[in-house]
Design a protein around this ligand. Structure first.
Ligand code: IPE
Ligand code: IPE
Ligand code: MG
Length: 252
């Protein structure tokens, strides 16, 4: 796939090549490579995360402008607690800062923020900010912005299973009611459509416990650049590539 900026056409040229009738309904992104981007520039890892947030803002705006209804970012995984405490702290600080600075703009643009993941496990300040953001934007519906925070796909499936068992035991549903559609509703993504397109930057070719149930028929894209380099034109290029694929869903 594409390697760097020079390989690409101009942003507006790419933008015009997107078929607006066949946009993905849901794009999910594993924003990977912040640390390596910083290292390459002899900067601390935190500088990579900071640059990464700027790309998040750019991509949220571009996806919103295209009229795509669902966008998911993998912001912090259940495994990311294994990082050094100072890196965890700087990631949490950036989240707080992002919400402090962007919440009003997001709200004005009718963006609904949803968190995928176990909020109870977050430190108190980010938890408070995230709850406030969810509450403030809960009636918006132009763009559903999902932030996967303290998120793990296996954990999500186990949590859903436990909730289903509870509902069966309390006679709220019967075992026969459980089908793929019902099961989906117990996941953090609820009634949202499955991702049509999953992008992982940085060149790693793995899923790292992201949206395991939801990606059954998702198209994958693994651009070989670090997340802080993923400008709008990479997004456009990825969408164009996606539109050139033939999704068969098991048919012919
Ligand atoms: C992704 O970048 C950001 C988060 C995990 C929050 P990394 O921090 O994983 O960057 P690399 O993979 O070490 O380059
Ligand atoms: C995945 O990236 C998680 C996020 C981007 C938040 P990681 O950098 O944590 O994944 P691995 O460790 O390379 O699989
Ligand atoms: Mg990484």
């Amino acid at each position: 796939m594409f390697q760097n900026n020079d390989d690409l056409e101009k942003e507006d040229v790419l933008r015009n090549k997107i078929d607006m009738e066949r946009l993905p309904s849901h794009i999910a992104i594993i924003t990977d490579g912040n640390g390596r981007w910083a290292k390459k520039k002899f900067l601390p890892r935190a500088a990579g995360h900071k640059a990464g947030v700027e790309r998040v803002k750019e991509v949220v705006k571009a996806v919103g402008d295209l009229g795509i209804g669902h966008l998911t970012f993998y912001t912090f995984s259940t495994e990311n607690w294994n990082r050094p405490q100072d890196e965890i702290d700087s990631l949490m600080k950036l989240l707080v800062k992002y919400l402090d600075k962007e919440l009003n703009t997001l709200h004005e643009n009718d963006v609904k923020i949803t968190v995928l993941g176990d909020l109870t496990g977050l430190p108190s300040l980010p938890k408070e900010k995230v709850i406030k953001a969810i509450e403030k934007t809960k009636n918006n519906n132009t763009l559903n912005l999902n932030i996967a925070l303290n998120y793990g796909g296996r954990n999500e499936i186990i949590r859903a299973t436990k909730k289903i068992i509870e509902d069966v035991e309390e006679n709220r549903i019967s075992i026969d009611d459980i089908d793929e559609e019902t099961f989906k509703n117990y996941l953090y993504t609820g009634k949202q459509p499955d991702p049509d397109l999953l992008i992982r930057t940085s060149g790693e070719l793995r899923i790292s416990n992201f949206l395991l149930y939801q990606i059954a028929y998702t198209e994958f894209s693994f651009p070989n650049i670090y997340w802080p380099d993923f400008s709008k034109k990479y997004l456009y290029k990825t969408i164009i590539d996606y539109q050139n694929r033939n999704r068969r869903f098991g048919g012919i």
